[in-house]
Design a protein around this ligand. Structure first.
Ligand SMILES: Cc1cc2nc3c(=O)[nH]c(=O)nc-3n(C[C@H](O)[C@H](O)[C@H](O)COP(=O)(O)OP(=O)(O)OC[C@H]3O[C@@H](n4cnc5c(N)ncnc54)[C@H](O)[C@@H]3O)c2cc1C
Ligand code: FES
Length: 259
């Protein structure tokens, strides 16, 4: 599949080393869908859509650094959209609780907007290391039916501590679904919180991807061999229990890296 050409139409500084790029083309995407974005001369990397026409990138290596340095008028390629999306619950009797950490907020921001459009009650918990890295607080606070809470590790904004600590305030009986994306140790805590409860918990995973279409095997997860690029990246909690989730992932060479 040849990449489609995109032009950057807007660059929004979201925080320290984090930028949203908006494009001249809107995609038909749901929360959780991602694209393989190609910075010419550098590399191609997976990115969740944070808007139908945008992505939100944290600079951690060469490709993401180049992306956050892009300017209006620059171009990049994309293959996709790919991947399974988060499904919203049918019932509107309970609440949807959304837990995002760092740029893991990208897919769950779209999910929050989708749930608000459906008239569901949503609580979105935004976690970040520090106040400078809190993304989408304003965007989501303005939505009807959405309650936004913030937690920062260093206490510079909102609750001081892990965002998962805010889950203690929600009675599982009132919750229809919990959706989460962010650092895996954070998501593992979300899964642990609902170990004993009858609540649907869904996660969007990040794994090292090369082909993005289920051929190369670089994104397979133990113990099931599921290919995150094609079978995920959204999984329900039950399918992740007892495997590598929250314990390790693999690098570009396939070596295990513990979280
Ligand atoms: C489905 C999916 C959606 C994503 N959505 C976003 C998003 O919305 N915003 C965002 O900022 N990032 C997102 N990522 C992560 C992003 O793809 C990586 O940060 C990026 O590939 C790093 O590339 P790089 O060349 O800048 O860094 P590299 O130099 O390639 O890597 C830097 C470090 O990150 C590790 N790493 C690289 N890629 C991954 C990965 N996929 N999973 C775990 N560790 C990795 C490397 O092993 C290395 O330690 C997503 C990843 C996936 C799989
Ligand atoms: S990235 Fe190749 S199989 Fe998933």
């Amino acid at each position: 599949m040849r990449p489609i050409d995109l032009e950057v139409t807007e660059v929004i500084e979201e925080g320290d080393g984090i930028a949203t790029l908006r494009f001249d083309r809107e995609f038909d995407v749901s929360a959780g869908n991602y694209g393989m974005f190609w910075v010419r001369g550098v590399d191609e990397v997976p990115m969740s859509f944070s808007y139908p026409d945008g992505i939100t990138v944290r600079a951690i290596g060469e490709t993401t650094q180049a992306m956050t340095e892009m300017e209006v008028g620059d171009s990049l390629g994309v293959r996709g959209p790919f991947g399974e999306s988060f499904d919203l619950p049918d019932s509107d009797s309970g609440e949807v609780v959304v837990v995002g950490g760092g740029t893991g907020m990208a897919p769950v921001a779209l999910l929050t907007e989708e749930a608000a459009r459906e008239g569901l009650d949503v609580t979105t918990l935004i976690g970040a290391a520090t106040a400078d890295e809190v993304v989408f607080e304003q965007r989501l606070s303005s939505l009807d039916g959405v309650d936004v809470r913030v937690a920062t590790d260093d206490g510079t904004k909102g609750h001081e501590g892990y965002v998962t600590e805010l889950l203690d305030g929600y009675d599982a009986d009132d919750v229809d679904m919990v959706a989460s994306c962010g650092p895996e140790p954070m998501m593992a805590k979300v899964l642990e919180r609902y170990d004993e409860e009858d609540v649907e918990v869904r996660f969007s995973l990040e794994r090292y991807m090369k082909c993005g279409i289920g051929i190369c095997g670089s994104c397979c997860i133990d113990d099931t061999g599921s290919r995150v690029c094609a079978d995920g990246p959204v999984y329900d909690g039950d399918s992740l229990r007892g495997g590598e989730f929250g314990v390790y992932h693999r690098d570009a060479a396939g070596r295990k890296e513990e979280f």
